[in-house]
Write a protein that binds this ligand. Sequence first.
Ligand SMILES: CC(C)(COP(=O)(O)OP(=O)(O)OC[C@H]1O[C@@H](n2cnc3c(N)ncnc32)[C@H](O)[C@@H]1OP(=O)(O)O)[C@@H](O)C(=O)NCCC(=O)NCCS
Length: 214
Amino acid sequence: MPQFLKANENHICQYSDVSSTTRALVAEEPLTVLPEYARIPIVFTVDRVLDVAARDDNPGRFALSERRLDVPYDKDYDRIAGQGPLEWARRFDLSKWAFFTARLADRIVGGASVAFDTPQLTLVEERRDLAVLWDIRVAPSARRQGVGTALFETAEAWARRRGCRELEIETQNTNAQACRFYERQGCELRAVHRAAYPALPDEIQLLWSKQIPR
Ligand SMILES: CC(C)(COP(=O)(O)OP(=O)(O)OC[C@H]1O[C@@H](n2cnc3c(N)ncnc32)[C@H](O)[C@@H]1OP(=O)(O)O)[C@@H](O)C(=O)NCCC(=O)NCCS
């Protein structure tokens, strides 16, 4: 989830997929889903952080080691000013973004948003073969049941259909669960920026990347 980076599709279920790993139903949604999407909690407990070191044996690659915290705390990206889903339309042109929800037993338990060809978004680097997984969230009670995987796979498939070769994702070393999740999805840690968040000097920005096969 980015923290400080500087056509709306009016149809429901344009794309849906019943994942093999879960019974979650993932659907593409219009922009108007955002108020409902914003109600999916993104909060997680930081009980460990990842220490990052360059790998001597593999230049350009990083080794991550977990360090338990004596005092865990909750982190909620939506509580950072300007960060929640209801703020996105004020910050970005969302006309080329995609929004997905995941439902279990008719209840929305997860969401993912993909940014594509968005000039205001520095992560996109003006590349039209790169999409950014801007947000992915699963309600705490539905985590570790494959819902996140179903959302990720759907987002990746959407990016592939747009001609993208790469999916990029920003997170932090304080979000070990997201890092483990991205590793599991086949992402590689491409860049590490230790001073990316001046207001949060203890947090390290991690940029993950998934190569999208054709
Ligand atoms: C990250 C997140 C979306 C993952 O969703 P999920 O539905 O729990 O993920 P899945 O069940 O599909 O997990 C797939 C695999 O990812 C890894 N993984 C997921 N959560 C993990 C955790 N807490 N610790 C370690 N590995 C984890 C595991 O390998 C898991 O497979 P397994 O359960 O068979 O071991 C979810 O934890 C979440 O919403 N977190 C809070 C919001 C957030 O941080 N979003 C990302 C912002 S960058």
